[in-house]
Design a protein around this ligand. Sequence first.
Ligand code: ADP
Ligand code: MG
Length: 323
Amino acid sequence: MTRKTPNVSRETSEPVRAETFVDTPIAAAAARASEILTPGGTRPLPRPVHPRIITVANQKGGVGKTTTAVNLAAALAIHGLRVLVIDLDPQGNASTALGIDHRQPDISSVYELLLGEATLAEAIQQSPANENLYCVPATLDLAGAEIELVSLVARENRLKNAINPEALGAYGFDYVFIDCPPSLGLLTVNAMVAAREVLIPIQCEYYALEGVGQLLRNIELVQSHLNRDLHVSTVLLTMYDGRTKLADQVSEEVRRHFGDKVLRAVVPRSVKVSEAPGYGMTILDYDPGSRGAMSYVDAAREVAIAGAAGAGSVGGSTSGAQG
Ligand code: ADP
Ligand code: MG
């Protein structure tokens, strides 16, 4: 197979500077968003000692995985943290929401990264919204990867190897979010082997916990065979509709099940949240004053603070894996 051109030609790993962001509608929206969401300058969030790699997983489709991955990432980036989103869904919705055109022919993507045909530096792109926010986009090629990976050596470790500490260190990333497809196939396994933490978004709807048992069993399997450090660190309730009793029932049930792993912030069901990706924007840039944007900023703050309290530090105990 032919090697594609790198998305960035970079001799050093110097982060690209802010000048890149002048004069685009997304940049203007982003500037306004920072004014609203981080008034009077950035109130700093704690920076993890080691990059936290968080897989956003739930094999159910439409529960808010992609929305959560991109908006949490954007909320951390707006606070000055360096964040990478790896789009591991062939649909490429995370790439779209981050303003990255993943339909261009010949871009290097997560597909080439997994197959060893591109390095991280070649596959990565900077989001036009924020100089701290990067994405490894997904293209439709990725749909075939699930099968192509089967015959490769170390097929479960491809992503882990591609985002080794040296490759991540060159960019100074604090957070890596991996947006999983709605299945428990080899792509999701690669995400679980590459990460230390799993974040499960749960939609406040009927059958919310359906399939979560299976997800947890898969996490345990990966933990016992492939990645001892993997654990569910975070659960986020999404699409919460305060007018329904059901939303409260689901929320109570999830909190009973997962205890303090469930973030206090809850993402409301909001049309604005679903509109934002259509403009190549996160909700933070699309409507920074909205409850949806605020909820992701609150969630990001909780994630950052929980990480500073120990969950995100590497090389510590694996006690987080219990429960
Ligand atoms: P997944 O990645 O789990 O398939 P998505 O994040 O793509 O789920 O969300 C599924 C759909 O629901 C998308 O159209 C998205 O825009 C929409 N959506 C996500 N979160 C919300 C929300 N809080 N309120 C309203 N719509 C939402
Ligand atoms: Mg998705």
